[in-house]
Ligand binder design. Sequence first.
Ligand SMILES: C[S@@+](CC[C@H](N)C(=O)[O-])C[C@H]1O[C@@H](n2cnc3c(N)ncnc32)[C@H](O)[C@@H]1O
Length: 287
Amino acid sequence: MLPPILASLLHPFHFMAIALTHLPPTILTALLTGDFRTLLSPSRLRAAWFGRFWAVVGPLVRIHAEPNVIPLLQGRVTHGVVPPPTTTTSSEGQPQPHPPVSGTVLEIGPGSGMWTSLFTPAHLPNIHKVYGIEPNTDIHPLLTTQIAAAGLDHNGKYEIVPVGIEALAESGRVDRESVDCIVTVMCLCSIPEPRRNMAQLYGYLKPGGRWYVYEHVKCFREQGWGMRLYQACLNLVWPQFIGGCEMCRDTGKWLKEAAPWSQVDLHQLDGEAWYFTMPHIIGVLTK
Ligand SMILES: C[S@@+](CC[C@H](N)C(=O)[O-])C[C@H]1O[C@@H](n2cnc3c(N)ncnc32)[C@H](O)[C@@H]1O
C-alpha cells in the first residue's frame, strides 16, 4: 500500500487513467451506431466520453462525498464542519444552522443522477419541484433512470432541462426569482464562464433563497505553494480527460463576490489534509 501522501498526490493520474479506458469504447460505439456527428465533433465526443466514464466512476465518488452532501442538503453543515451522522429522532429539537433544501429547487449539472434520490421525502420532505439543469444529453438516459428509481417521475416532480446554465434564460423553463434553493455538487468546476454564470444563477433565487455548495477548488494558500504549483501542473491535462473539469477554480471567492448575500456560511471542508489535490468548500449562501 502507498503512503497516504503519495496515494493522494498520484490519485489524479489514477483517475485520468480510468477515464482514458473509456475513450476507445466511446469511439467504438459511435462508429458502430454510425454516429458520425459525435465522431467529428470534439465537444460531442468529449460529452459522450465523460457520460460513459461518469456512469462508472460517479457512484464511487459518491461513496466519499455522501457523508458530506447529505448533511449539507439537510442544512446541518456550518463553518465547514460536518456533524457526525445522526438519526432523525436524535436530531429532533436541536437547532440547525440552515433550513434543509426545500420548495422549488435547481440542481445544476446533476450528471448521471447520483444525488436524485436525496430529493425524496425520506431525506428532504418539503421539496415541490426539482429542475435538473444538465446540458450533456448523453448522460440523460441514466439520469432519467435515477429519477424514476427515486419515484420522482410522477407529475414531473423532477424535470430535466437539457441546457447549460448559460442558456437557461433562453429556455424559458424557469422564471427569475422563482427558486427557493440551488444545489451545486461538484459541477461549478465544469461550467463555462463561471463568474458570469454564478451571477446569473443568483438571479433565479427568491429573496431569502439558499444556495447549497459542495465543490472541489483550487488548493488553499495554507496548503503551500508546492501544492498550488502541483495542482496547476495537473490542470494542464486534467480538463481534457475529465469532461472539461477545471481543478484550479477559486469557486468560493467567486460565489461570495457574485452578488449581495444576506448570509454566507461557505468554508473549506474541515479535516482535509494539506496534500489533497482536490480540496473542497462546503456550505450555504443565503440571498
Ligand atoms: C463532475 S460532473 C458532476 C455531476 C454530478 N453533480 C455529480 O456529483 O455526480 C459535472 C456536471 O456538470 C455538468 N455541466 C457542464 N457544463 C454545464 C453547464 N454549462 N451547465 C450545467 N451543468 C453543466 C456536466 O455535464 C456534468 O454532468
